[in-house]
Design a protein around this ligand. Structure first.
Ligand code: ATP
Length: 355
């Protein structure tokens, strides 16, 4: 069992709370992504799990072992860094073998385990090369092979794909996911790339200011974000955020009543923040019952669809339509917010009300 249990962990650096009272359980064999903007504390949380930093408060267990203050070498973890951290003076074989030799593993076993990991990562043809003789993607594979060869209980990855160009990143994303699904090792993966987080993780923990705002499956954080920050951090374009007035199982946006998937807990007439994804807005060229009148401000052709920016009263809303949708700038259209996909994200605060 390599379940990771993080209980009320905090870590400050000169008064800055990098990780603030975080609790999280990462199940045995799970692929957990830590996602958030720069400086939100993802790397610090990963380093606390790894043992490179020690927490000011709280407890971390791996399996049934309390590792809160254990040195990294005693935690049965392997880490893949953004920089790959390969030894430039060692050939690929020796880079991959390094950890095994440090653990005094017998020579024949080192050879067979390095070859097995190299085959798995498709780098067996490069074992005699030096890291400088490899492409970025190949170096990245060596770094993963070096982690896998240790057969750790837990693999920690800190932005392992961020040094690759866009196309290679896409390819490696699928490869890594495939591989990690096969070996079923508990994995914690740090990224600020929301597409990577959604596509790779079993669950995604969205962080901000040292705290976890929401931890759920990719579809859940995309479709049912817990708050406005998650709604706008995840998805491209971000979720539309508009103001509404709640009334039991409907919400009025710009005076037009829209049915909610379920009755809300907000008091009648409460001002609320409403979230709706661009793809969940049906755009009509003619007036439509229950649809918001709007004017087309911007049309962006994005290959597979058109992204429209629309002015609906005081609100600016983005909606996507098929590329053959007849539309030009300045047209009047009617926006039907699809029932079942309208989300109430919270009450409008005093500060938001005054803006
Ligand atoms: P990035 O995506 O930019 O790497 P991150 O989400 O991983 O960001 P952290 O590196 O964990 O964020 O940093 C969280 C906060 O803690 C930041 O404000 C950072 O400046 C601060 N911090 C992290 N490490 C240290 C350190 N060793 N000394 C001082 N402050 C630190």
């Amino acid at each position: 069992m390599a379940e990771i249990t993080i209980e009320s962990i905090s870590k400050s650096f000169s008064g800055v709370k990098a990780v603030d009272n975080v609790s999280l359980t990462i199940h045995d064999g799970e692929f957990m992504v830590l996602l958030g903007p720069s400086g939100c504390g993802k790397t610090t949380l990963l380093r606390l799990i790894a043992g490179f930093d020690l927490p000011d408060a709280g407890r971390i267990s791996i399996g049934d072992r309390d590792v809160t203050v254990s040195p990294p070498g005693r935690r049965d973890i392997a880490m893949v860094f953004q920089s790959y951290a390969l030894f430039p003076h060692l050939r690929v074989f020796d880079n991959v073998a390094f950890g095994l030799r440090m653990h005094h593993v017998a020579r024949e076993e080192v050879t067979s385990r390095v070859r097995e990991a190299a085959e798995l990562m498709g780098i067996d043809a490069f074992l005699n090369r030096y890291p400088t003789q490899l492409s970025g993607g190949q170096r990245q594979r060596v770094a993963v092979a070096r982690a896998l060869v240790m057969r750790p209980s837990v693999i920690l990855m800190d932005e392992p794909l961020s040094n690759l160009d866009a196309l290679l990143r896409l390819q490696m994303r699928a490869e890594l996911k495939h591989l990690l699904q096969d070996i079923k090792t508990t994995t914690v993966y740090v990224t600020h790339d929301q597409v990577e987080a959604l596509s790779m993780g079993d669950r995604t923990a969205v962080m901000r200011d040292g705290a976890i705002l929401q931890c759920a499956s990719p579809m859940e954080v995309y479709d049912r974000p817990g708050d406005v920050f998650v709604a706008t951090f995840i998805g491209n374009p971000p979720m539309n955020i508009v103001r509404g007035v709640a009334r039991d199982s409907t919400v009025a946006v710009e005076g037009v009543e829209v049915r909610l998937p379920e009755a809300s807990n907000f008091p009648a007439a409460a001002e609320v923040t409403v979230g709706i994804r661009a793809e969940n807005i049906e755009v009509h060229s003619e007036p439509h019952h229950g649809a918001l009148p709007a004017t087309v401000a911007v049309i962006e052709p994005l290959g597979s669809h058109l992204l429209l920016t629309l002015a609906a009263g005081a609100e600016t809303i983005k909606a996507s339509v098929r590329t053959d949708f007849p539309v030009k700038r300045g047209d009047s259209v009617w926006l039907e917010l699809r029932e079942g996909s309208v989300r109430l994200l919270g009450a409008v605060t005093e500060s938001a009300r005054s803006t």
